[in-house]
Design a protein around this ligand. Structure first.
Ligand SMILES: NC(=O)c1ccc[n+]([C@@H]2O[C@H](COP(=O)([O-])OP(=O)(O)OC[C@H]3O[C@@H](n4cnc5c(N)ncnc54)[C@H](O)[C@@H]3O)[C@@H](O)[C@H]2O)c1
Length: 433
């Protein structure tokens, strides 16, 4: 099939590359000329494991091309994916300006029937809006399909190539058939392609993310109670998660959820509820708990060292909102760092992939180090804020020799408190000591 993917960020670039990998001819479009220029030179603008190789391979095979020319991409493709950002507006609702701008471009340039697919996360009713924008500019027939994306940054290729399910929102049987054909190579193990109405498909994405976010907030609240009553939330998590009705995923307490999806999608679903005269109280609670959770580590630091942190120097390991990505959008580590800076602390940071993105946001307020051990030199404490693999089994005796005082705030409950205490560290986790 000939496909265009408009927007070549974390979702668009992965989707385009995976479609090409299955043998389709894919034109990837972005309005950022530098991004397209970089991609043309073989430079991948984001860190996503496995993406580099797959992009290069498909470019070499001639199945994947990059351009800023949306008109040409629209004319040459029968299926056009919209995968641009839907950032939060001031009131929390999803800002559709990029999606609707692309819809107008499609309407202006299509020269025959097209299937237009919303892959961006968009509120209920957006398929209708996109169709209206397009049909206002062309007499050619268009079918708008809602196809939310469920990939996770860090495992995006695997998630896209082997999705748990593919959700297709449409009332047009022939568009549904075309989408099934496109996705059939991705579901050879019989994971379902679920066809439903556009509105249900749009809603499905928000409900999935909100439910996962709410699980995290619930466990964070339980962890904070465990802290007070001297129970170990890690043991509780394992005990609870082995119940098949509950399952082990998304039960890990920590420094709060972040990233480009959960916080924004939770706010957008709350906004949808408000606009429709109701409230989602459980989601409002999950959101409020998450805002508070980002301050829990700083509170622990102040409890240990006192409210004034002037003259103290902390090492921070981890800046991205989760491991295996360079994405720092709404990353809790950045909120924590700002909290420490406000209290007068000095900070030395290290992250395996997110240093460049963080430099733009943190500037010269922190010291960027070449590796984790460098950040530890003379540190009064270490804060582990993102659970990258390489932080899981560090050289603890070496750390003891580098740090001024051996105090650890493990914001991800990665390390064994007993082991660290035996080695001579003072250990604070989330919901466990
Ligand atoms: N990042 C994720 O893990 C993830 C997962 C599932 C769904 N989503 C959803 O997918 C959508 C895209 O997310 P993302 O993380 O890939 O965003 P992103 O910011 O990484 O990428 C969006 C890209 O679209 C481009 N763009 C914006 N307007 C354009 C226009 N008019 N023409 C051409 N290109 C344009 C931008 O330059 C940017 O490169 C969002 O709605 C998001 O909620 C994201």
């Amino acid at each position: 099939m000939r496909i265009a993917v408009i927007g070549s960020g974390y979702v668009g670039l992965v989707a385009a590359t995976c479609f090409a990998e299955m043998g389709n001819e894919v034109i990837t479009v972005d309005k950022d000329a530098w991004k397209i220029e970089d991609l043309g030179k073989g430079k991948i603008p984001i860190y996503e494991p496995g993406l580099d190789e797959m992009v290069h391979h498909n470019v070499e095979e001639g199945r994947l091309v990059f351009t800023t020319d949306i008109a040409d991409a629209v004319r040459r493709s029968s299926i056009i994916f919209i995968a641009v950002g839907t950032p939060p507006d001031e009131d929390g609702s999803a800002d559709l300006k990029h999606v609707l701008a692309v819809a107008r471009e499609i309407g202006r340039h299509m020269d025959g029937p097209r299937i237009v697919v919303n892959k961006s996360t968009v509120p209920v009713g957006t398929a209708d809006l996109v169709k209206k924008e397009i049909t206002g500019l062309t007499a050619h027939p268009v079918s708008v399909v809602s196809n939310p994306e469920f990939l996770k940054e860090g495992t995006a290729i695997d998630d896209f190539m082997k999705p748990d399910r593919v959700v297709i929102g449409t009332s047009d049987a022939s568009a549904a058939e075309a989408m099934k054909e496109l996705y059939s190579p991705f579901v050879r193990t019989n994971n379902p392609i679920i066809v439903m109405g556009n509105r249900s498909a749009e809603m499905t994405k928000y409900v999935a993310n909100s439910l996962l976010a709410a699980r995290i907030s619930f466990m964070n609240e339980i962890a904070n109670l465990c802290d007070i009553i001297d129970a170990d939330v890690n043991e509780v998590r394992i005990g609870v998660g082995s119940d098949h009705r509950i399952g082990p995923s998304f039960l890990f307490p920590g420094v709060g959820f972040g990233g480009s999806c959960f916080p924004k999608d939770v706010r957008a679903l709350m906004a949808t509820a408000r606009e429709n005269g109701c409230s989602l109280r459980s989601l409002e609670a999950a959101h409020a708990i998450n805002e508070d959770q980002k301050h829990v580590v700083v509170a622990k630091v102040r409890k240990h060292f006192g409210p004034e942190l002037k003259g103290l120097r902390f090492a921070v390991w981890g800046l991205s909102f989760k491991p295996n990505t360079d994405d720092i959008r709404e990353s809790p580590p950045l909120t924590i760092i700002r909290g420490l800076l406000e209290a007068g602390a000095g900070i030395a940071v290290f992250d395996p992939q997110a240093m460049e993105n963080s430099a733009a946001s943190l500037g010269s307020s922190v010291t960027f180090c070449r590796h984790g051990y460098e950040a530890l030199e003379g540190a009064d404490a270490l804060l582990l804020l993102t659970e990258w693999m390489e932080f899981r089994e560090p050289d603890f005796p070496r750390m003891l020799t580098l740090m001024k005082t051996p105090v650890i705030f493990d914001g991800r409950n990665v390390w064994n408190p007993e082991k660290l205490k035996k080695l001579g560290f003072t250990y604070y986790g989330i919901g466990r000591r």
